[in-house]
Design a binder for this molecule. Structure first.
Ligand code: CUA
Length: 307
């Protein structure tokens, strides 16, 4: 199996090549006709002709043949990259569930100890086929990380599947590719492909409960979190917070960005985000929670400790 992106890239080159040849042919005919029948070469007006059966059959049949050839090539590529194709190394593909929400991504990894849940940052082992089950929690979204996969919609009430394959370790960026509301542009995807050992370490870490607070600042921060509306939308495994309307924050500090790519995940940005989320992502469900400066600082310290 070629990586899906490679198969799609090869098909795009072939189709682009065919389109280029047609372009050259049509332009050449146009230039020839303009030159051949220029005013200085024809005496008087050229009589209008009506119909030419042979020509019309030719320019109907030729495009049909070209499009049929493109269809055959495309069906072959679709079969090659489909999630039902056996991975080249014979190993079963890793299954991950991706769910799209306005405007963030939830990723669930089924494990023996239950689902490991994270958001916006998908970690995968490199050189391994991943079958992503795509679902939507609200409207139609589209999962698109062009360097490692095709593009497939997430449709409410229906599950789609997409094969991902990263041939080397690295960070790949993607984007929701279906207009899904005002913050559609801030529905970024980060895919981190790493060695199987690093991936397993990451998965084990993400599966653990939150880092328990140690020290006055983080203890105060956890209290602020648990005593405010944060708990009605967010889960912090290991605490009583179990909301599911927003991203799971159990290991928030391990992620590179906030708000599905809107801000870098550092203390200053986190404070700014918590202080006024609607300034950075207007329309998102994350409300402004009125907190004292001391509570805000404690919350930032606490969330920053959740590796
Ligand atoms: Cu989700 Cu556009």
């Amino acid at each position: 199996m070629r990586p899906p992106a490679e198969a799609i890239g090869a098909l795009a080159l072939i189709v682009g090549g065919i389109a280029f040849l047609i372009f050259v042919g049509v332009e050449a005919a146009l230039v020839y006709a303009a030159w051949r029948y220029r005013a200085s070469r024809v005496a008087g007006p050229v009589p209008q002709i009506h119909g030419n059966t042979r020509l019309e059959i030719a320019w109907t049949v030729i495009p049909i043949l070209i499009l049929a050839a493109v269809l055959v090539l495309m069906l072959g590529t679709m079969r090659e990259i489909s999630a039902s194709a056996p991975p080249s190394n014979g190993a079963a593909a890793l299954r991950v569930l991706a769910r799209g929400y306005q405007w963030w991504w939830e990723f669930r990894y089924p494990t023996a100890n239950g689902d490991v849940v994270t958001a916006n940052e998908l970690h995968i082992p490199a050189n391994t086929a991943i079958d992503l089950d795509l679902e939507s929690g609200d409207v139609i979204h589209s999962f698109w990380v062009p360097e490692i996969a095709g593009k497939t919609d997430l449709v409410p009430g229906h599950s789609n599947r997409l094969r991902l394959y990263a041939s080397h370790a690295g960070t790949y960026t993607g984007q929701c590719a279906e207009f899904c509301g005002v913050e559609h542009a801030w529905m970024r995807i980060t895919v981190v492909a790493e060695s199987p050992a690093d991936f397993q370490r990451w998965l084990d870490g993400q599966g653990a409960a939150r880092t328990a607070p140690s020290g006055a600042a983080t203890e105060a921060g956890e209290r602020v979190f648990l005593e405010n509306v944060c708990v009605s939308c967010h889960t912090l495994r290991g605490t009583t917070a179990g909301g599911t309307a927003g991203p799971d924050l159990t290991h928030l500090a391990s992620r590179a960005t906030l708000g599905a790519g809107v801000l870098r995940n550092d203390a200053a940005s986190l404070r700014a985000w918590l202080d006024d989320p609607q300034r950075y992502k207007p329309g998102s469900l994350m409300p402004h929670v009125p907190l004292s400066a001391a509570d805000l600082d404690a919350l930032v310290t606490y969330l920053g400790s959740l590796q």
